[in-house]
Design a protein around this ligand. Structure first.
Ligand code: AMP
Length: 182
């Protein structure tokens, strides 16, 4: 490759150009999302608005992540709000996600949060409950009839779009999963 071409290539791959492009694209995506519905390409806008909303909600949730305030899951554990429970033992509770991303989408949580607002807060004392959660995930998958193919997801922190700060495993199945995830 000639030196002119390789200099040009280096320029286009530089961090400055990358950051310029991303700063340009984000406002454009937001403007398109704000357009009247009839003027928008639907799939694109749905994807963009959903991800902007998810990211904003995740960032907002993260600001109160460590204040020990009860979350919506405490209300579900206390049965103060309704949920569809699919499995329960003395340590964990599994219930259907209110916004399912697959034909089977179950959330599995420890009944006592004990500082586990997110996986990233795990300490050696949590090893037992973490192991129990994984085993319970397999039991739930069997009960839900998806033992042959299921996915277990833990979103950790705002960059992973975690929105509820009480450790939870998503157990997903009943459709062909794709890789890489979004
Ligand atoms: P995450 O974004 O990983 O923190 O996941 C939180 C999940 O909790 C999301 O998939 C929500 O749909 C789900 N969720 C929030 N509120 C409820 C609720 N009341 N019942 C069941 N699932 C819920």
């Amino acid at each position: 490759m000639s030196s002119e071409k390789s200099n040009a290539l280096r320029f286009f791959l530089s961090p400055q150009v990358f950051s310029f492009c991303t700063s340009l694209c984000a406002p454009i995506a937001r403007s398109i999302a704000r357009c009247p519905a009839t003027l928008r390409p639907k799939r694109f806008v749905h994807h963009i608005t959903a991800s902007i909303n998810e990211e904003a909600a995740a960032k907002a949730s993260a600001t109160t992540a460590d204040n020990d305030a009860p979350t919506i899951f405490d209300k579900i554990i206390a049965k103060e709000i309704p949920s569809t429970i699919v499995y329960e033992d003395e340590k964990v509770l599994a219930f259907r996600d209110i916004s399912p991303q697959a034909p089977v989408h179950v959330l599995l949580i420890p009944k006592i949060r004990d500082g586990l607002t997110q996986l990233g807060k795990a300490e050696p004392r949590h090893s037992e409950i973490l192991g129990h959660l994984l085993y319970a995930a397999k039991v739930v998958a069997e009960k839900e009839g998806i033992a042959d193919g299921f996915r277990v997801v833990i979103n950790n922190g705002p960059d992973a779009c975690q929105s509820v700060y009480h450790l939870h495993l998503h157990i997903l199945g009943g459709r062909q999963m794709k890789w890489p995830p979004g």
